[in-house]
Design a binder for this molecule. Structure first.
Ligand SMILES: Cc1cc2nc3c(=O)[nH]c(=O)nc-3n(C[C@H](O)[C@H](O)[C@H](O)COP(=O)(O)O)c2cc1C
Length: 328
């Protein structure tokens, strides 16, 4: 058997498959199932910044719900106040059920604020790390990319000041200079970055002439965006990298590791196939790794990253030109 163990943010993971934040991990029972299924680490469902602010007694007036693409429901203020205690209990209860599988708490936020102080409570409740899902969606034509990136960096800085836990920042791909931003995360004290979050998508219903939701789950060909940026950023941004979105198979997971990821997050494929899929992915990873002549992930991580490439330009425009001139 190949050794699938890996290190992420100083934590030892017995394998690189992390269950991503979602409704799968919003109860201790789900978290326990994730651990029993063989996950290398587990991210809890996110707590929203507003839930923390409500608990701290801060006004929620002016809440811009458009900024929260993966908000599942708008719930009452009282429920929000109570939900922070429930979240701490979720950490505590889950911790008792997962053995030595690292448990990562998650906060969905849009910018810096007093909510960051809650990171200390998360640490005290026993989480092994904190994932910050920074989900700011710019709505105004008067805010520059620079301002937004500064806001995102201040968010990381404040969380860093509030807790000693390892911090993993989860972002979407729409930033003008990802290498610069990701390097900034490392400067502000984050330990890893998750590339990428998959934001809620909407559609229009032509009968009702209203907005409608679309299938919230990813498809198996969505991992390429992560593959590209992990390949480009590996060893360049001073921070560990985790791939996310569209990882549905052992092959996709191994490709992301070859690009330079220390681990991968999976979510949709568990919704589609059930918890047993984690075991199947791990078995197949083992076969692939052995078939290409390796006995562990050492040596595989980053092997196909841009920094290790003979022709790094292929990771940029050249491949595109080749593809277009070849096909059309
Ligand atoms: C139903 C559902 C709920 C989710 N809830 C959260 C959440 O609370 N926090 C978060 O950071 N991501 C959340 N996500 C995003 C997933 O963690 C993940 O980043 C995304 O689904 C892409 O990975 P995948 O292609 O493996 O599904 C959710 C996704 C789904 C489908």
């Amino acid at each position: 058997m190949a050794d699938l163990g890996t290190y992420l943010m100083g934590l030892h993971l017995k394998n690189p498959i992390i269950v991503g934040a979602s409704g799968l991990t919003n109860l201790p029972e789900g978290v326990e199932k994730a651990a029993h299924s063989g996950a290398g680490a587990i991210v809890l469902k996110s707590l929203f910044e507003e839930q923390i602010l409500a608990m701290l007694g801060q006004e929620m007036d002016g809440l811009d719900i458009n900024s929260y693409p993966d908000a599942e429901a708008f719930i009452s203020r009282t429920a929000w106040e109570e939900s922070t205690d429930e979240y701490l209990k979720l950490i505590d209860d889950s911790k008792k059920r997962v053995g030595d599988v690292p448990l990562i708490a998650s906060i969905n936020c849009v910018g810096p604020g007093n909510w960051a102080s809650f990171a200390k409570r998360i640490e005290e409740a026993g989480a092994n790390a904190l994932e910050l899902n920074i989900a700011y969606v710019p709505f105004s034509p008067h805010i520059s990319g620079h301002e937004i990136e500064n806001k995102v960096l201040s968010t990381v800085k404040e969380a860093r000041q509030a807790t000693k836990l390892p911090i993993m920042v989860k972002i979407g791909s729409n930033y003008s200079s990802l290498p610069n931003l990701v390097h900034g995360f490392s400067r502000e004290g984050a330990n890893a970055v998750v590339l990428f979050n998959r934001f809620f998508r909407f559609d229009f219903n032509l009968n009702t002439m209203r907005l409608s939701g679309v299938q919230p789950l990813s498809s198996e060909n969505e991992y390429h965006e992560s593959l590209r940026w992990v390949s480009i950023l590996y060893k360049r941004a001073g921070i560990e990298l985790v791939s996310s979105t569209g990882i549905h198979s052992a092959e996709a997971a191994i490709k992301c590791i070859l690009a330079g990821a220390s681990a991968v997050e999976v979510c949709s494929i568990i919704y589609q196939k059930g918890w047993k899929v984690i075991g199947s992915i791990l078995e197949e990873m083992n076969s692939i790794i052995e078939s290409i002549g390796y006995s562990s992930l050492d040596g595989l991580q980053g092997k196909l990253s841009a920094i290790n490439a003979e022709k790094p330009e292929e990771y940029l425009r050249l491949q595109y030109i080749k593809a277009l001139t070849g096909i059309y």
